[in-house]
Design a protein around this ligand. Structure first.
Ligand SMILES: [Mg+2]
Length: 270
């Protein structure tokens, strides 16, 4: 069996928060295809990935799709001077998932059986409130009640005012100064009030998870996390600082009580 192409499929869908999904199909000369999915957070990024994927397709055509590790390194290492995370790794991961899919189909087994068997029967999931509905206090309460009544035991949101509607998939910054990692006292107070309302509505048994989206400098992140710990007994504080600095992350970690969640922009198996 040989790989014949790598085809990106950009699929329009209202079910996606960003209005589209990016699926990746690895085709073979024996009619079996494997599928991966790497939808990113902007349309610009999705389209850039499509271009890269087509180029990778030219580089791996004719290869044996069963040589999954070999192909991982072949693609990953061809981007070595570009960086070890970001677009290159998005593409590597999509192809890796698709190659495992092909392997499972060829052997007629679920992929978890090829990777050492299942390790748990269930995993916990959280959900997101639709923050576009947060137009009044009552609307927030309604949205959170709906989530809790649906049986979810964890919910995650970003309480910090920052982005306007996206234009062509590029988020528009709402306020000057966003890019310097700071936050005004007014916005901080609004975030604390929203988090307190959500905790009050959700009750003590629901995990309240905060996503800071890697936006803050160290003193701001520490201040914000502490203020939300007090306002809403939060259960995690995700990506307090830009992902490039582990030192910044450690400084925040040392000064707050809430667990820090991190990793969605710290790609690679390392
Ligand atoms: Mg996140």
């Amino acid at each position: 069996m040989k790989i014949t192409s790598i085809r990106p499929w950009l699929v329009k869908s209202d079910a996606s928060y960003w209005g589209e999904y990016l699926f990746v199909e690895v085709t073979t000369d024996e009619g079996i295809s494997g599928w991966g999915e790497i939808t990113t957070t902007t349309k610009l990024a999705n389209r850039a990935l499509c271009t890269i994927l087509r180029q990778i397709g030219l580089a791996v055509a004719g290869e044996d799709p069963a040589r999954i590790e070999h192909l991982w390194h072949k693609v990953f290492r061809s981007f070595t001077y570009m960086g070890s995370r970001g677009a290159a790794v998005e593409c590597v991961s999509a192809i890796d998932i698709a190659l495992w899919d092909i392997r499972g189909k060829v052997l007629g087994k679920p992929i978890y059986e090829l990777l050492g068997g299942p390790v748990r029967d269930e995993i916990s999931l959280y959900t997101h409130p639709n923050q576009a509905k947060f137009t009044s206090k009552e609307a927030v309460v309604r949205e959170i009640r709906d989530i809790v009544e649906s049986g979810h035991t964890g919910l995650k949101f970003d309480p910090f005012p920052h982005q306007g509607p996206s234009v062509d998939g590029v988020a528009r910054e709402r306020r000057d100064g966003y890019l310097d990692g700071s936050m005004t006292r007014k916005d901080e107070r609004e975030a604390a009030e929203l988090t307190a309302l959500i905790r009050e509505t959700a009750g003590p048994n629901v995990d309240i998870l905060i996503d800071a989206h890697g936006r803050f400098d160290v003193p701001t992140a520490i201040r914000l996390c502490r203020s939300l710990e007090e306002a809403g007994q939060i259960d995690w504080f995700e990506e307090p600082c830009p992902p490039e600095s582990l030192n910044a992350l450690k400084q925040v970690r040392d000064k707050v009580s809430a667990p820090i969640s991190w990793g969605e922009r710290g790609h690679t198996k390392w």
